[in-house]
Write a protein that binds this ligand. Structure first.
Ligand SMILES: Nc1ncnc2c1ncn2[C@@H]1O[C@H](COP(=O)(O)OP(=O)(O)O)[C@@H](O)[C@H]1O
Ligand SMILES: [Mg+2]
Length: 253
């Protein structure tokens, strides 16, 4: 049983000139294992900033607040310490890693997170099974990470990592963007398998409601102008689908 606690988180983005532009204006959120939370908000509201800040991206400066995982100070950890502590981020725009094959990347990540190398015999089967479930050609294992992958292939690869690494807390940033309807279903099924395992807490970030037809969140948070402005259950996603963000956005200006 794990708990990710975000308290009054304030974050600025570091601009190239060295100035700080405030983005997150005090975010409070608690995610426990077995729970699925959706963060929904318009473009530019700071959703990716929240995801990157928890993961430890150097572009963002924390100017206030706390993030803890089971009481441990996440903000004091390096990026790889955060991963080893059980945090996982599926990025909105996954990066290409030339020269590193998918198979090597996954085995190295699994070894780092578990503290020991996975058993060769069972590992190759696990890898093959995960690729099969996500309808990925086995040839992907030998390709370089994300190099030349289509948008949908990148997202499947992110979900494959999620299934194999079994993090305590996973943040999925716009995992639905750029997916056609078949890929959306395959990716959603992968997320639902992880969810059914009950060991991970999931934070789904999205600006569309369509992924929520496949993955039913337990909690929905509306995110506007760097903070959560409304919270509710799955019915809130349906209301957003019908009405959009307009009333929340206009309340903020
Ligand atoms: N390097 C940057 N320079 C200026 N503004 C930035 C930079 N990076 C992010 N921002 C701004 O931060 C805000 C939040 O961005 P982001 O977290 O990506 O939003 P979302 O994921 O909700 O679309 C946006 O207004 C964006 O323009
Ligand atoms: Mg974003």
């Amino acid at each position: 049983m794990s708990t990710l606690e975000i308290r009054d988180l304030q974050v600025s983005v570091k601009l190239p000139e060295g100035e700080l532009k405030p983005i997150l204006a005090g975010v409070d959120l608690t995610v426990k294992s077995g729970e699925t939370h959706a963060i929904m908000g318009p473009n530019g509201s700071g959703k990716s900033t929240l995801a990157y800040s928890i993961a430890g991206h150097p572009k963002y400066e924390i100017t206030g607040g706390q993030v803890t995982l089971d009481g441990d100070d996440v903000l004091a950890m390096t990026v790889d310490e955060r991963a080893r502590a059980g945090l996982f981020l599926a990025m909105q725009y996954p990066v290409e890693v030339p020269g590193v094959s998918v198979a090597n990347f996954l085995r190295t990540a699994k070894t780092a997170i578990d503290g020991e190398a996975p058993k060769l015999r069972t590992w190759s089967g696990e890898l093959r099974g995960a690729m099969e479930r996500l309808h990925m050609d086995p040839a992907f294992a030998q390709r370089n990470v994300n190099e030349g992958f289509s948008g949908g292939e990148k997202k499947r690869h992110e979900i494959m990592q999620l299934e194999l690494l079994k993090p305590k807390m996973a943040i999925l940033d716009e995992t639905d963007s750029g997916l056609d309807i078949d890929a959306l279903r395959v990716v959603s099924e992968g997320v639902n398998r992880v969810r059914a395992g009950g060991d991970s807490g999931l934070l789904l970030i999205t600006h569309y409601t369509r992924i929520l037809r496949y993955i039913k969140p337990d909690f929905v948070h509306v995110f506007v102008a760097g903070k959560i402005v409304q919270e509710g259950g799955p019915e809130l996603a349906e209301q957003l689908e019908a009405e959009g963000y307009e009333r929340y956005v206009s309340a903020q200006v």
